[in-house]
Ligand binder design. Structure first.
Ligand code: ADP
Ligand code: MG
Length: 360
């Protein structure tokens, strides 16, 4: 359905895409991952000619997009695009945002697009908001409208460029759920995303982009479980981490907890795992006498799916999990119930505890 041959793109001296040759079949769901600045957006923008490629060719249904005789607007209509920043028309109602394209560009009469627009709004859960304006919606709702607007043009492929990156963490899942639904319906999609769990669950293939090329591609299992090349391995196995520092017993527990929850949401950790880590943190802090220099770190490995909690407190050597604690100590039992394992060591004047947080 889409084929590129030696596609390249430079901005002045900067070569962003070196040589991209790939083929995408109808119904495929391709996740594109990789460090920022590696040309993921540029690739999508070249595909629907928002950027003019510097060389190579792009075929959509065997039509060469870069040939002069090709009807570019018609080809472009086959490809919808959803952006990080929604790009809705602020002065138009939700419904009018959906109908303006079909009426102006596809030449449809008003009644038909209105009916279809309502159906699409229903599909994304927003029929109720048809007469609202974009600034009356949350970020997640705006993005769902943007997806419905894209569908109104009846695309054959949808290109998503980090559709959840601009959203509050609490709104990511509603947008991902809509994309998942489209995937189930057989829509061909290319999704640039940093949501690794999502990429892993939804994709038929994953492209890892780096060095101006599709550096490695494969099934989600191949890329996430067993990447072959060095840079892919480094990217996939990198540990996502969170740090928090406390230097007084009057630390702000609520602010700290909110940051931990944000971290958990960002990595799509379940409520249960998040609850476990919050409790581990709180109970471990309750066992402390010295708050002059405490640091907390959470490290989540995309690869193993494990969350580790590293606690360090400066002071005289004392293992808070053993010393002065009786068998019936509730705090200690709570800690033990929320972690799979714990290790203690004393190093450089610090008591260090490493917990493996219990998963599902
Ligand atoms: P990604 O989406 O992977 O983060 P982009 O495709 O946005 O990467 O950008 C790749 C590189 O191209 C970056 O170094 C960026 O600064 C550069 N770039 C993107 N668009 C332009 C532009 N219009 N003019 C000049 N440089 C650009
Ligand atoms: Mg980008």
């Amino acid at each position: 359905m889409i084929k590129t041959e030696h596609l390249c793109k430079s901005y002045g001296d900067l070569t962003v895409l070196k040589d991209i040759s790939t083929e995408i079949q109808k119904g495929e769901i391709i996740s594109i991952i990789g460090p920022s600045g590696t040309g993921k957006s540029t690739f999508l923008r070249c595909l629907n000619l928002l950027e003019k490629p510097s060389g190579g060719s792009i075929y959509i249904d065997n039509n060469n997009l870069l040939e002069k005789t090709t009807d570019v607007p018609k080809m472009r209509q086959k490809m919808g695009m959803v952006f990080q920043s929604f790009n809705l028309y602020a002065h138009l109602s939700v419904l009018a945002n959906l109908t303006i394209g079909p009426v102006k560009l596809l030449g449809q009469s008003k009644t038909d697009p209105n009916r279809k627009a309502l159906e699409l709004l229903k599909l994304v859960g927003l029929a109720e908001k048809a007469n609202n304006f974009p600034d009356e919606l949350s970020g997640g709702q705006k993005q769902r409208v943007a997806i419905a607007r894209c569908l109104a043009m009846e695309p054959e492929v949808i290109l998503f460029d980090e559709p959840t990156s601009a959203l509050d963490p609490t709104m990511v899942s509603e947008v991902l759920a809509v994309i998942r639904r489209l995937a189930k319906g057989g829509m061909t999609m290319l999704v640039v995303t940093h949501e690794m769990e999502f990429a892993r669950n939804i994709s038929t293939r994953v492209f890892y982009m780096d060095e101006g090329i599709i550096y490695e591609e494969g099934t989600p299992e191949q890329i996430f479980e067993n990447p072959q090349k060095e840079k892919t391995q480094a990217f996939i196995n990198r540990v996502r981490s969170f740090h928090y520092h406390i230097n007084s017993p009057n630390y702000d527990l609520y602010a700290m907890n909110a940051e931990i929850e944000g971290f958990c949401e960002k990595h799509l950790l379940s409520k249960r795992v998040c609850g476990n880590v919050l409790l581990l943190v709180e109970e471990t802090l309750l066992l402390q006498a010295d708050f002059t220099n405490i640091s907390l770190s959470l490290a989540y490995s995309e690869k193993t799916g494990h969350l580790e909690f590293l606690f360090s407190a400066a002071g005289v050597p004392v293992n808070p999990l053993e010393e002065g604690v009786q068998d019936d100590d509730i705090g200690l039992r709570l800690i033990q119930s929320r972690c799979e394992s714990s290790q203690y060591q004393y190093e450089n004047g610090k008591n260090i505890l490493l917990f493996k947080v219990k998963g599902e």
